[in-house]
Design a protein around this ligand. Structure first.
Ligand code: 5U1
Length: 688
């Protein structure tokens, strides 16, 4: 090497060290402190500079470089690591009440030879309290500050070597900060934040890959992944909670000080920890974390209490593989496995059918659960849940219990897939037919005016100001009328008498009279209001007005099929389908007839457009400048012939009428194979 090359290499070495230290600082700020220090683009620039220097000077490559986080080839299997200091497990206090903490303190006092009650002579024992993370236990071995090996717990004596995958966890430093001892093994938990888990599952689903049941499985599965490139794409995090082997390190005198020291080395340590004295303080910590549990960004299954003094820990020692000086005080499990006996449906206020799992009773989240939601058919398909499966049920906090996934290994033979529409062609509450729109997740009962499940909602809507405008018929009154079975469908409103009303709670004679007057007044309405009042899905006020104007009379609307309905401006296939679904339900028609018979009336007129002509049921798109017709004239001619003019070309377009300077619509029509006409072609079509 020439003197010049030597100088360049020395300069590169200095720069490489500086870049690694800087990138490690930014990683720590971003992944551990949650406080990014530089923009992503700047980070990328530094990273690329380091990559370029390492490529130019291979002698400078090193396993603790941030560039090595995603290196490495897929493995065929994991090597075995013998733990120099066994990786112990922790004793579990399953009594999830405060008695668990009290029992632990009492045991420690007894084993330390202290009187049961604290006194000046035998004061309260000092404990370090932490969270019990729901992840995968890992041991990280640092030699002279550099991460050289990472291993799973395995049986406590031997684990699997997962160094390649652990390197991809950005929160784990590849080199310890400050003066590191010759050997230091950091023990802790790799876990996945809930938000990262949700994003990962959404990504897996979009890519057609398998989704994970919970963050713990996702974390464990990612670390046990043989291809480090895949592990690198998994958003993992890490918290340290102790040390294993250590050489040349002056062990701090307390567990809390050990954690402080690890944090100073740049190792992530969870901030939710405390040093406490006595059983009462442990109970309070358990309760305080229980309150916070749902708001933490990651799952925990309990808290951990440890005797804080390392000297006392040594005195207390171990029983088999568990130290006597520590305990995990659990919270009620949020997940449990049970048998899915059946799937039934619940009909909501808007008519949506929600599939509900009927379960073999199971204790989960602190209560006995017998039902859990399955959301909708798509969710059932995605999770592949079938009646007869053993399923994982989750109940977190006050959230409604849900079926997370089937335990496929326990599926007994072939079970049929669940098909909601096949099982419930009619509403289990009212017998009306069940429909599911093309773009809708939920199947619905179509008996909106009749179905008891939808009664209150339907009546409130019917009476609302923009519909029939019955002043005084609000939520409380509807509740009373429905609960007392006085009103079942809107027609019962017009049969109300003074006596029935005056007997209701908080209803004086005057208010009853006012209400009856408002009901009377509402009998004379407009067709648009009446159509809107029916509460047809996807038919808002504006559509109801369009329908009234277009058909002029209710009977014309009642007779219209989907194609005819689509002649109405702004009525597309989804709205047309909703109207047909609603009107083909005999229960709804009956209520409409009863309303007319009860004297609900409106002025009727002729239809706005005669629904006949050469273009009936056809959709046309106009584009470019036609030789003689303006856009409005062409539109009026199309509509007069029963056709509909749409603004955009789709597979459903029948004709594109193109004039001069037709642009992208013409191209799209050509691509889709839509028939293309000029003005003369349009005129010929109208004559046909
Ligand atoms: N926070 C924490 N979790 N955890 C798990 N500390 C802790 N300590 C453990 C385990 C298995 O074991 C030691 C007590 C050996």
């Amino acid at each position: 090497m020439s003197a010049g090359q030597q100088a360049a290499a020395a300069e590169a070495a200095v720069r490489v060290r500086a870049l690694r230290a800087e990138l490690a600082r930014h990683d720590h700020a971003y992944y551990v402190l949650d406080a990014p220090t530089i923009p992503d683009a700047e980070y990328d620039r530094l990273f690329q500079e380091l990559q370029a220097l390492e490529a130019a000077h291979p002698a400078l490559r090193s396993p603790d470089s941030p560039t090595q986080r995603v290196g490495g080839k897929p493995l065929h299997g994991f090597a075995t690591v013998v733990h120099k200091v066994p990786m112990l497990s922790i004793r579990t206090e399953t009594d999830t009440t405060e008695a668990g903490a009290i029992a632990f303190d009492a045991r420690i006092r007894r084993e330390l030879g202290l009187a049961p009650e604290a006194s000046e002579a035998a004061p309260d024992v000092e404990y370090a309290a932490e969270l019990k993370f729901d992840g995968l236990a890992i041991s990280l071995r640092y030699e002279h500050g550099v991460l050289v090996q990472a291993a799973t717990r395995g049986d406590g004596q031997r684990g699997e070597e997962v160094t390649q995958n652990i390197r991809t966890v950005r929160a784990i430093p590849l080199r310890l900060a400050g003066e590191a001892p010759p050997v230091l093994e950091v023990r802790g938990e790799v876990y996945m934040r809930r938000a990262d888990f949700e994003r990962l599952n959404a990504r897996q689903q979009a890519a057609g890959d398998k989704t994970f049941v919970n963050p713990r499985n996702a974390a464990a599965g990612s670390i046990r992944q043989l291809d480090p490139a895949i592990a690198a794409r998994r958003p993992l995090s890490f918290f340290a909670y102790g040390v294993g082997d250590a050489e040349g390190w002056a062990m701090p005198p307390t567990h809390s000080a050990v954690l402080e020291a690890l944090a100073a080395f740049g190792v992530p340590v969870c901030e939710h920890r405390a040093v406490l004295r006595g059983a009462r303080a442990l109970v309070a910590f358990h309760a305080e974390i229980a309150e916070k549990r749902e708001t933490l960004p990651f799952d925990i299954d309990g808290v951990v209490y440890k005797v804080n003094s390392i000297a006392l820990q040594r005195e207390l020692g171990f029983v088999s593989r568990e130290p006597r000086w520590a305990v995990a005080h659990k919270y009620p499990a949020q997940e449990a496995v049970t048998l899915l006996r059946d799937i039934e449906v619940q009909v909501g206020r808007t008519g949506a059918l929600t599939p509900v799992a009927r379960l073999e009773p199971v204790f989960v989240g602190g209560v006995t659960v017998t039902n859990a939601t399955l959301h909708n058919q798509d969710e059932i398909d995605r999770k592949d849940v079938r009646i007869g499966d053993w399923v994982i049920v989750r109940r977190a906090g006050d959230v409604i219990p849900e079926v997370v996934a089937p335990v496929l290994e326990r599926r007994a033979g072939e079970l049929p897939r669940f098909d909601l529409l096949a099982r419930y062609p009619t509403c289990p509450v009212c017998g009306s037919h069940v429909v599911r729109g093309e773009d809708e997740a939920a199947a619905r009962c179509s008996g909106g005016l009749f179905c008891p499940a939808q009664r209150k909602q339907a009546l409130l809507h019917f009476a609302s100001r923009r519909a029939m405008h019955i002043d005084g018929l609000g939520e409380k009154l509807v509740d009373q009328l429905v609960d007392a079975a006085i009103v079942k469908t809107p027609v019962d409103i017009y049969r109300l008498g003074l006596l029935a009303l005056a007997n209701l709670e908080r209803m004086g004679e005057k208010s009853a009279q006012n209400l009856l007057a408002a009901i009377e007044k509402s009998r004379h309405t407009t067709l648009a209001r009446f159509i809107f009042a029916l509460g047809i899905r996807n038919v808002g006020e504006a559509t109801a007005r369009d329908l009234a104007r277009h058909f002029g009379a209710l009977d014309a609307l009642l007779e219209a099929d989907e194609a005819t309905l689509q002649q109405v401006p702004d009525v597309g296939p989804i709205v047309a389908r909703s109207i047909v679904d609603f009107l083909s339900e005999p229960h709804n028609r009956e209520v409409i007839e009863q309303l007319r018979a009860a004297g609900v009336r409106w002025e009727e007129g002729p239809p706005a457009v005669a629904p006949a002509g050469a273009l009936l049921g056809r959709t046309l798109v106009l584009t470019g400048t036609l030789p003689t017709l303006t856009r409005d004239e062409a539109k009026a001619m199309v509509e007069a012939a029963g056709g509909k003019v749409s603004g955009s070309v789709s597979k459903k377009t029948d004709y594109l009428v193109a004039g001069e300077e037709a642009g992208s619509k013409l191209e799209k029509a050509q691509t889709l194979g839509v028939a293309i006409l000029d003005e003369a072609g349009l005129r010929a079509l109208l004559q046909s």
